[in-house]
Design a protein around this ligand. Structure first.
Ligand SMILES: NC(=O)c1ccc[n+]([C@@H]2O[C@H](COP(=O)([O-])OP(=O)(O)OC[C@H]3O[C@@H](n4cnc5c(N)ncnc54)[C@H](OP(=O)(O)O)[C@@H]3O)[C@@H](O)[C@H]2O)c1
Length: 222
């Protein structure tokens, strides 16, 4: 990754709800984006749709492993049921990269906290130590990401990683996307962050909204 050039971000499973939301935020901030999918044509269709929506050219589409190979940093937004199988298929392509896992293993029909270990720890176990795992964005609703993508968001991001330098890179990325982000401990803490998603889904359901999110207080930003 060169000092002056923004890193290329691949969003693996980026054709669903969360992936395009993140893509829109980072594309609006000038990052080169690759939408990944199991099918190249589907990735290209989502990329074309986002280019048209944002009037930007910096979004392309590729099959997931090609996207991972081409990128400096990857973000995983495959549907939670495919978490393990997707990672097994992407193991080689992800070696040497930072992988940000946005997975929250919560069933929206019956929200409750997932069992340990965290999805990101499971991912690290599958991928091995050659991948720099970071867990983030599990509490950021797709609906909120897609609203005014060039503007700051009313949502904070908890970033968990054993590799603090990788976490710092992801914090900068979240900030570039209009979010405030905080280092929140090691990969095992990401289990608690996934559990917060269970709280947020319950709040959404009770209050009839789609965008409940969290704020961290007590830190001076001045
Ligand atoms: N939705 C939210 O508001 C939200 C918020 C925070 C975190 N998250 C997390 O983000 C992740 C994605 O959520 P989502 O709501 O965006 O999911 P989604 O729309 O249901 O699915 C995302 C993508 O997963 C891919 N996929 C489906 N089955 C697959 C398989 N067997 N193998 C590999 N890829 C497969 C599909 O891409 P292709 O068919 O193109 O391959 C699909 O577009 C989840 O882990 C979720 O917990 C979601």
């Amino acid at each position: 990754m060169s000092e002056n050039k923004l890193p290329t971000i691949a969003i693996l499973g980026g054709t669903g709800k969360e992936g395009p939301g993140l893509a829109m935020r980072w594309a609006s901030a000038g990052y080169p984006i690759i939408i990944g999918s199991r099918q190249e044509e589907k990735a290209q269709a989502t990329a074309a749709e986002l280019r048209q929506k944002l009037k930007l050219e910096n979004i392309h589409g590729m099959e997931n492993s090609a996207a991972a190979r081409q990128a400096d940093l990857c973000v995983l937004t495959v549907v939670q049921a495919a978490h393990q199988s997707a990672l097994e298929g992407l193991k080689e392509a992800l070696q040497g990269k930072i992988l940000v896992d946005a997975t929250a293993r919560v069933d929206f029909r019956d929200p409750r906290p997932p069992a340990p270990p965290s999805a990101a720890r499971l991912a690290q176990n599958i991928l091995g130590e050659g991948v720099r795992m970071v867990a983030a964005f599990q509490n950021v609703p797709a609906h909120a990401l897609k609203k005014n993508p060039g503007q700051p968001m009313d949502a904070d991001v908890l970033v968990c990683a054993d590799d603090v330098e990788a976490a710092e890179q992801v914090i900068r990325l979240a900030e570039a996307g209009g979010m405030r982000a905080y280092y929140a401990g090691g990969l095992d803490n990401a289990l608690v962050v996934e559990g917060i998603t269970s709280l947020l889904i319950s709040i959404n359901q009770h209050y009839g909204v789609k965008t409940a999110s969290i704020r961290v207080t007590g830190i001076d930003h001045s």
